[in-house]
Write a new protein. Structure first.
Length: 210
């Protein structure tokens, strides 16, 4: 995975795609996506892109909402200033997430967006973006991606934080089987109902177990 930042204007963005993990204290897939987004941000030349996150997931009264986790990790642990973040609590559904990003792109004039997610989700996400916002590139989370950054890499001390976050986010064998099944179901539903009425209803149920 190499992201070429040459030609990106100030109106560029990195999207951290949501991953619902209801009821779990630690959303490991989201941690991996945060880590890769941070690596890409530090790797980008000035002027830096914005980092977007538009999900609304929360884990009950005893746990912080994911949007708070994203904000605190990026600003307090990973060295990204708050004015580089655009966080919106809007959706738990990929289809609505993509359409929300299209709205933000129109409002703020983003000319290029890199969307960060895991490989099992990347194909469906890319297809959705191609339908409404073709200037988005979906990049899968992988620890190997940290060695392919260009033109320069984040500092070694930052990489030491990012690599474990990505490694623990990688799905095990049975989780991967489940994720591919979910992706297959949602993909077929989208082909039957491109407007997404049924998908929006089913997405929360299908993702409830993480």
């Amino acid at each position: 995975m190499t992201v070429q930042w040459n030609g990106f204007s100030k109106a560029s963005a990195i999207l951290i795609m949501a991953k619902r993990q209801a009821g779990r204290a630690q959303n490991k897939p989201l941690l991996g996506r945060i880590a890769l987004a941070a690596a890409l941000w530090h790797n980008a030349p000035d002027p830096k892109p914005l980092i977007l996150y538009v999900a609304s997931d929360s884990h009950g009264q005893s746990e912080r909402a994911d949007v708070q986790v994203v904000r605190s990790l990026l600003t307090e642990s990973l060295g990204i200033p708050a004015d580089s973040l655009m966080l919106r609590k809007k959706t738990n559904c990929t289809l609505v997430e993509v359409r929300m990003v299209r709205t933000l792109a129109r409002i703020h004039g983003f000319d290029r967006i890199v969307a960060v997610t895991h490989a099992y989700h990347a194909r469906r996400a890319q297809r959705y973006f191609e339908e409404v916002l073709p200037n988005v590139r979906v990049v899968p989370v992988t620890s190997k991606g940290l060695t392919n950054l260009s033109p320069s890499s984040p500092p070694n001390e930052l990489l030491q934080k990012l690599r474990p976050m990505i490694e623990i986010s990688e799905p095990g064998r049975w989780q991967l089987v489940r994720e591919h099944l979910v992706e297959g179901v949602l993909g077929r539903i989208h082909r039957l109902d491109p407007r997404g009425r049924l998908e929006r209803r089913l997405a929360r149920t299908l993702r409830r177990a993480g």
